[in-house]
Design a protein around this ligand. Structure first.
Ligand SMILES: NC(=O)c1ccc[n+]([C@@H]2O[C@H](COP(=O)([O-])OP(=O)(O)OC[C@H]3O[C@@H](n4cnc5c(N)ncnc54)[C@H](O)[C@@H]3O)[C@@H](O)[C@H]2O)c1
Length: 328
């Protein structure tokens, strides 16, 4: 690849969020290299207009070669495992992939031209909070998945001093929906996410929804989350790269809309879209926290960002539209 101002490496590029980030990078005509080990990623989600290399972030020598061969200057690091329940029962798998994997990726940046790294963190690192949470709240991860994301943040910060890059740590809230182009959306079902489950159930003759825990200290007893449309989230990555390139200053930002919906509320919206939905109340899932939604003042100010798709019905409908396409 010829010398250019910004060559961007995206890890986890065949995944749900990665493919949406890549869709926007390609639209902006950025030079993008995609890597993924395809464990929970899909060939179908790989953008044909970018160069794809099947690789694991733990393979330091391979990643280091890719970084040098393509003169990578920015990395958007999304590769991780993210099933909250699985992380509790298989901590080793999550430690190796999310913590050691991130460490290896950062070590592969040694003696390279990498100037910017964007890291996908999670609101789950805050632990139990009451209502809205700002970035300066001290992390208090409750589950093991959240712990791996917290450790990832620490590594990103530590290595930024060592290798002299700037970072944007993005703490995603709950990501949902599909691209307005309807060319890409979420395929992987194993993460147990509410809106994806709704889309799957929409296509069933006898739709069933499970609610895990209805005795939390929330308005209706079910968990409260802040749902952000995946295309809005992808846009935040584009703005973050621009910010780092221009200001040469690291940032740590919440990525949500600042509004919480309970699981019950979301399912009630679904019941208006689909008739005959049966709801079962189950035990709490280990690792789940009662409520969390974003204080968005900081990131709106810093990135001068405004959401385009902050409508929960639209988010659910876009996920359903994509699910229909996926199954026909
Ligand atoms: N989806 C959400 O609501 C949410 C919320 C907070 C944070 N996140 C974070 O966002 C990132 C992307 O999540 P997603 O929802 O797109 O999940 P996803 O499973 O669709 O994407 C993750 C991708 O990473 C790849 N991958 C995993 N381990 C890898 C490795 N060792 N080497 C190379 N590739 C590897 C997978 O094959 C997959 O394509 C993750 O880091 C996740 O922790 C997601």
């Amino acid at each position: 690849m010829p010398e250019s101002n910004n060559n961007i490496l995206v890890t986890g590029a065949a995944g749900y969020i990665g493919s949406h980030v890549v869709e926007q990078l390609v639209k902006n005509k950025d030079k993008v290299i995609l890597i993924d080990n395809l464990v929970t990623g899909y060939k179908k989600l790989i953008n044909k207009k970018a160069k794809f290399i099947k690789a694991d972030i733990k393979n330091k020598s391979k990643i280091s070669k890719i970084i040098k061969d393509y003169n990578i200057t920015s990395i958007i690091h999304l590769a991780a495992y993210l099933n909250v329940s699985e992380a509790e029962t298989n901590k080793k798998k999550y430690y190796q992939n999310n913590i050691i994997g991130t460490k290896k990726l950062l070590e592969a940046c040694k003696s390279s031209n990498v100037k910017n790294i964007i890291f996908s963190s999670s609101c789950s690192i805050y632990g139990n909070v009451k209502g809205s949470v700002g970035e300066n709240k001290r992390p208090n991860p409750q589950g093991y998945y959240a712990y791996t994301k917290y450790k990832g943040e620490e590594l990103i910060k530590r290595y930024s001093k060592k290798y002299n890059y700037k970072y944007a740590i993005l703490r995603y809230f709950n990501v949902a929906g599909a691209s307005p182009s309807n060319k890409i959306g979420q395929i992987e079902k194993s993460h147990g996410q509410l809106v994806k489950n709704i889309a799957i159930q929409y296509l069933k003759k006898k739709p069933v929804m499970n609610i895990y825990g209805n005795n939390y200290r929330t308005k209706d007893g079910t968990c409260i989350r802040d749902y952000i449309h995946v295309s809005d989230l992808a846009d935040i990555h584009i703005k973050s790269i621009k910010y780092l390139t221009k200001n040469k200053k690291s940032i740590l930002l919440n990525c949500g809309y600042g509004k919480g919906y309970s699981v019950q509320q979301i399912i009630d919206i679904f019941k208006k879209i689909k008739k005959g939905v049966k709801v079962y109340y189950k035990k709490r899932r280990p690792g789940d926290i009662a409520q969390v939604y974003a204080d968005t003042k900081k990131f709106k100010k810093i990135l001068k960002w405004r959401p385009k798709y902050n409508n929960i019905k639209l988010i659910i409908q876009s996920a359903i539209k994509w699910e229909k396409k996926l199954n026909y």
